[in-house]
Design a binder for this molecule. Structure first.
Ligand code: URP
Ligand code: ZN
Ligand code: ZN
Ligand code: ZN
Length: 480
């Protein structure tokens, strides 16, 4: 046999197994798994390392348009580099559709932004801000056929939110095409009403961001989204679930046999309301939606991960610089939390945090780590088995972890373009030490290599996970 690279004598972890052996790589793919494989042109000693399928970060915002003058500080170059440094080999950012914009135009615009920049492979989700027949009819079917098979819809934020009626349009279209819908579930009117009251009372500090979007607001919208999906018999995934109450809605839906999936994020495991109390303007660093909850909530979310209520742990990397008038200090942000750009950085810290506090502390198994960080996203978004596993024939997107490496997280060791990390000062055990993207080393002991733009666009298949159960409450011929 003829290998470009052999990773020798390592622990190979997938979502189902942990075995010892060698990995033979040729032409950017895994071509052999076994013992005592022939010599490769390059040999990597995997002793004491764990080889996992490269992470898939299925929720990141890079170089995205905004409506308020804020600027996402990571583009496809800095964002993908940070991803690779943190053990991720595939990113799925968003192509954002402006209202009235044809979907195809939105997709082309974000392709142009990724072109020549991404270090690692990428696919796109499309944010639907207009689900009208005029827009959907034109492009939706063609886009799904072209490999854009997941769409995010918002129940809040004035520039993107859909009414329940528009949600039904989106759900019906997703059902027809077997596309995956991702739902941002928060009750918009509740948030607006509470925000106005808080501002009238002069309660405008960053911490009142959390007061303006309490768990009920998320629970209600989660319940409503599930109800709409149940009505039309369409699978869907609730993104960035923050609180146990919304999580319980998902559990109840799953217990009824509905194809309802859940994603959560590190900010709901490691941040809490208390972070908003930090001195000065520091609270703004943790402003994201939904907001982090009480510290007691964190263990509930961990339970949701270990009990497989959540299938995916993504970063929701939405990075704005802290000391920047285009970031967390946008004009007006000091006068009201309402003006603070929403989002936290996390594409590089997602997996080290999950490994250290999840695997090493015994909250999740190594196989669950792989499932939550890579395999399940590959399946839910139609990239499996090309991505998301270490198997003969799959892309050689492989990350070697040193499970004992001690690292003090601090922003200066990170590769993103953000001027802070909300996890500053955390002591971690376990860190990625080598990242391979289609067999090419893009990170070795923290040193980055590989050219910007080497990352390739990945067409997604229609996900099996998006197939309707076939037990609709009403006759689908009415809405097909
Ligand atoms: O606050 C957040 N999460 N900002 C990013 C956009 C979103 O809703 O995911
Ligand atoms: Zn040769
Ligand atoms: Zn969202
Ligand atoms: Zn997001």
């Amino acid at each position: 046999a003829e290998y470009d690279l052999v990773i020798r004598n390592t622990t190979i972890a997938t979502a189902s197994d942990v075995v010892k052996g060698d990995i033979g790589i040729a032409g950017g793919r895994v071509v052999a798994l076994g013992e005592r494989l022939d010599k490769g042109h390059r040999e990597v000693d995997g002793t004491g390392r764990i080889a996992v399928p490269g992470g898939i970060d299925a929720h990141v915002h890079f170089d995205q348009d905004t409506a308020d003058g804020s600027v996402f500080c990571d583009d496809f170059e800095s964002g993908s580099r940070a991803a690779a440094a943190g053990g991720t080999t595939t990113i799925i950012p968003f192509a954002y559709q402006n209202k009235d914009q044809p979907l195809r135009d939105a997709v082309n615009k974000y392709h142009a932004r990724a072109e020549g920049k991404s270090l690692i492979d990428y696919a796109f989700h499309v944010i639907l801000s207009d689900a009208s027949e005029k827009i959907m009819g034109q492009d939706f079917t063609a886009l799904v056929a072209d490999g854009y098979t997941s769409f995010k819809v918002y129940m809040t934020y004035d520039d993107v939110k859909l009414t329940d009626r528009e949600m039904l349009d989106a759900l019906a279209a997703a059902r027809r095409e077997q596309a995956m819908l991702m739902i941002h579930a928060e009750n918009s009117d509740c948030i607006t009403w509470l925000t106005e009251r808080l501002e009238l009372k002069g309660m405008t500090a960053a911490k009142f961001h959390a007061t303006s979007r309490p768990f009920v607001v998320e629970r209600e919208a989660t319940h409503r989204a599930i109800s709409l999906a149940e009505l039309l018999d369409v699978p869907m995934l609730l993104v960035h679930v923050s609180a146990k109450e919304a999580m319980h809605e998902i559990q109840r839906a799953q217990a009824r046999g509905l194809r309802v999936y859940g994603e959560t994020c590190p900010q709901y495991l490691f941040l809490s309301e208390e972070d908003f109390e930090k001195p000065g303007d520091e609270g703004a660093k943790c402003v994201c939606s939904p907001p982090p909850r009480g510290t007691d909530n964190q263990e509930h979310i961990w339970t949701g991960l270990s009990a497989n209520t959540f299938q995916v742990l993504s970063s929701d990397h939405a990075a704005f610089r802290f000391d920047d008038v285009r970031g967390k200090k946008l004009p007006g942000a000091r006068e009201s939390f309402r003006k603070i750009p929403n989002g936290v950085p996390g594409v590089e810290t997602r997996l080290p945090l999950l490994f250290s506090e999840g695997v090493n502390k015994g909250r999740i198994s190594l196989q669950q780590f792989v499932a939550l960080s890579s395999t399940n996203a590959a399946k839910i978004y139609g990239l499996h088995p090309r991505k998301g596993t270490i198997a003969v024939g799959s892309d050689a997107d492989i990350v070697l972890w040193d499970p004992e490496r001690k690292v003090s997280l601090t922003n200066s060791i990170l590769h993103h373009n953000c001027d802070y990390t909300p996890y500053e000062g955390r002591e971690l055990t376990g860190y990625p030490v080598m990242t391979l993207s289609r067999g090419e080393v893009v990170m070795d002991e923290g040193r980055m290599s590989g050219s910007a733009g080497r990352g390739q666009f990945q067409k997604c298949d229609r996900p099996e996970a998006a197939r309707p159960r076939g037990r609709p409450l009403i006759d689908p011929s009415i809405f097909n």
